[in-house]
Design a protein. Structure first.
Length: 436
């Protein structure tokens, strides 16, 4: 190494060591735990050696800021799938995304083996209408392979102006080969809570994701259901709910629990350790509750399901959940940039870790759809036989038309196998409750 290179090497090393030292001092000062900060000087020298070799030998000139930004991205992406460096555009997109309105396809995604994995499609969005499912692996965006892309690069490519198309090539369990699905981008407006009456006395509430106002909207939904008559049972649908704001999950759990621990976190720092408890009162009045989950139920959804399961407040029905039980904290580096860093793990009231484990349902059901049988003519039963023995009061109803179930409008529960099973369970619990 000549004198000039040696001077440059020493200057860069000094700058980088200075940056690392100042950051380390700040971090350890904030922790105030008495730990000794020992800088890995030899490793930092190796880092600066690579830095200088790139600057000198790369095929084209590289901007210093790009190199340092990429180094930071590499440090964070190597930790876990959820830690990341947020540049100006990504930090702005994050702020837009948490507002409940953004442009794109309407899917929550993560990384798996270098491919983009669909955690869940958001209800009533281009992705859900196109048939994208939780668990799908996206291997191409238009004609560009996603292998080698960062998650943020893939998300940015999927976003775009309303009305423009993008073709996703996906791999799906059980499919013979890759499928190409073309989706038209749209403005995604996420309505957090929806509800309806399934049958008299039995209500249905669907939470698509958790926002700051979700708990408030849930309470309003249940009050609206009560206006139609006394509740005998309630279905809370968290399927394909990718999560969202922690306070939304805590508020929803609190709405159904009459006290007790909801969730707690454990991390290295004291500031990352929290315990959330429920206040007195159950908005549903203690009526039987079934919570529907599947492999697309993640993060905040798992907090709610785990809390209600541990307190034996609800029957959890469906498929094992996604298993995203880690806490990400946004740490601004400047006004325009930040890092998203995993700082803790979630635990249910009974101490179960959600991370990579998920919530196991009390009753497992397959993800199926209910379809009508082909129309093969009139049903054969006793009433259709000639010269049948009439019922005791049938002679008084000779001219009365009784509509068959095929003539009635198909309800939500009839179209949805999991929901139909949940409704049947609620009916059974209601009958049993009356007899007891």
């Amino acid at each position: 190494m000549n004198k000039r290179s040696s001077v440059g090497y020493g200057l860069v090393t000094g700058i980088i060591l200075g940056v690392f030292l100042s950051v380390s001092i700040g971090v350890f000062a904030d922790r105030n735990d008495g730990a000794n900060a020992t800088l890995p000087v030899e490793d930092l020298r190796r880092f600066t050696d690579v830095y200088m070799r790139i600057k000198r030998n790369y095929v084209s000139e590289v901007d210093d800021r790009d190199l340092l930004d990429n180094a930071i991205k590499g440090m964070l992406s190597g930790l876990d799938p959820h830690s990341a460096y947020l540049d100006e555009r990504e930090f702005r997109d994050l702020q837009v995304g948490t507002s409940g309105e953004f442009g794109g396809l309407g899917i929550e995604v993560g990384m798996e083996d270098g491919f983009i994995k669909v955690i869940s499609p958001i209800d009533d969005t281009p992705a859900s209408r196109a048939g994208i499912r939780a668990g799908d692996l996206i291997i191409r965006l238009d004609d560009t392979p996603v292998k080698g892309m960062t998650l943020s690069d893939a998300v940015n490519k999927m976003r775009g102006k309303r009305g423009t198309d993008i073709t996703l090539t996906i791999m799906r369990d059980g499919a013979d080969g890759p499928q190409r699905i073309t989706i038209t981008r749209d403005i995604i407006r996420v309505q957090s809570v929806r509800w309806e009456v399934l049958e008299p006395g039995f209500g249905y509430v669907r939470i698509t994701n958790f926002q700051a106002r979700t708990a408030r909207d849930l309470v309003r939904a249940i009050e609206a259901l009560k206006d139609d008559g006394p509740l005998q049972g309630l279905v809370l649908d968290l399927r394909n709910n990718p999560g969202g704001v922690l306070n939304g999950a805590v508020g929803v759990s609190d709405a159904f629990l009459d006290g007790g621990l909801i969730v707690y976190t454990e991390g290295r720092l004291q500031e990352s350790q929290f315990r959330y408890t429920a206040s007195p009162g159950d908005v549903a009045g203690g009526v039987p509750l079934v919570v529907l989950v599947n492999e697309g139920s993640a993060s905040a959804s798992e907090i709610v399901a785990g809390a209600l399961q541990d307190h034996k407040r609800a029957v959890i029905m469906g498929a094992p959940t996604f298993g995203k039980g880690s806490v990400q904290t946004i740490l601004p580096l400047s006004q325009d940039t930040a890092i998203k860093l995993t700082t803790a793990r979630y635990f249910t009231p009974d101490g179960r870790s959600i991370q990579a484990e998920g919530i196991q349902p009390d009753i497992k059901i397959e993800t199926l759809t209910v379809s009508r049988a082909a129309d093969n003519g009139p049903r054969i039963n006793e009433a259709s036989l000639q010269n049948r023995l009439e019922g005791a009061d049938e002679s008084n109803n000779q001219g009365r038309q009784r509509p068959s179930s095929d003539e009635e409008s198909e309800t939500l529960a009839q179209r949805d196998y999991g929901l139909n099973e949940a409704l049947n369970l609620l009916k059974g619990l209601a009958i049993l409750g009356k007899r007891l």
